[in-house]
Design a binder for this molecule. Structure first.
Ligand SMILES: Cc1cc2nc3c(=O)[nH]c(=O)nc-3n(C[C@H](O)[C@H](O)[C@H](O)COP(=O)(O)O)c2cc1C
Length: 230
């Protein structure tokens, strides 16, 4: 394969400039842009090219209707198709905490202000005001690797959105209301809800869109292996 720096540099810029959008403008995205978004995401690789994901694309009134149905059950316990983590510990917990505090700080929410933190959490079910929501499911027929493939697809969606000038955010929180999502979208029994991807034009004045998360140093993530133990 040609060693091109152009493509690599473009991807680096794209990856560096993407971030999760938590404030959208209400104007819908033109159909042809949505089409291109989905076509680009569809280029995602998968084991044996099975493409085990499925996307339920909500626009128009469906977005607000689904949001309203989720809000009705505010007291209902969360019900994920794919089990959520039972707890976060060690470095995982630290990274989670740091990104959470950065969000609250951007919004001027004090750490002890539980009510405002809760209100902000409910923004998840408003999809942060996005005019479009893709609910991404995966098949149950192929085991855990289908979920891995679907994660790659979600990443493609997020980066493709950025490449088209759109803001986006993955929402595992959607999976926490599968009791609402499944009947509303008539999702068959052999699919599980993995996450939503909300997208649209980013509200650049929204305070949550000003903060950026950090990443662990490579030494924390990469185990370099030059010689195998005898
Ligand atoms: C699979 C997945 C699910 C996520 N679910 C949520 C969510 O439910 N609510 C939310 O506010 N952010 C969610 N996020 C966004 C992450 O918090 C975000 O990607 C992370 O903090 C890194 O920040 P960045 O996307 O701005 O780089 C999710 C991200 C991924 C990849």
């Amino acid at each position: 394969m040609e060693r091109t720096t152009d493509v690599a540099e473009t991807f680096r810029n794209l990856a560096m400039s993407r971030h999760s959008t938590r404030g959208f403008l209400p104007e819908p995205v033109p159909d042809e842009v949505v089409e291109e978004l989905l076509r680009t995401a569809q280029l995602s690789p998968s084991w044996c090219n099975v493409q085990p994901w499925r996307t339920y694309l909500l626009g128009g009134e469906a977005v607000a209707e689904l949001s309203a149905r989720m809000m009705v059950g505010k007291a209902v316990p969360e019900e994920f198709d794919v089990p959520q983590p039972e707890r976060y510990t060690g470095a995982h917990q630290e990274r989670r905490r740091e990104s959470g505090y950065a969000l609250y700080e951007a919004l001027g929410i004090a750490r002890e202000d539980r009510q405002r933190r809760l209100d902000q959490a409910w923004e998840n079910y408003r999809f942060f005001g996005a005019p479009h929501l893709a609910v991404v499911t995966s098949t149950t027929l192929l085991g855990s690797y289908a979920y891995v493939d679907t994660g790659a697809y979600i990443a493609h969606l997020l980066l493709a959105a950025r490449s088209l000038g759109l803001g986006s955010i993955a929402l595992a929180s959607i999976g926490g209301r599968s009791d609402v999502v499944r009947p509303a979208l008539q999702i068959p029994d052999d699919e599980v809800v993995i996450a939503g991807v909300a997208f649209g034009w980013e509200d650049t004045d929204h305070p949550t869109n000003a903060f950026r998360t950090t990443r662990a140093d490579l030494d924390e993530i990469v185990a370099r292996v030059d010689r195998l133990p005898q």
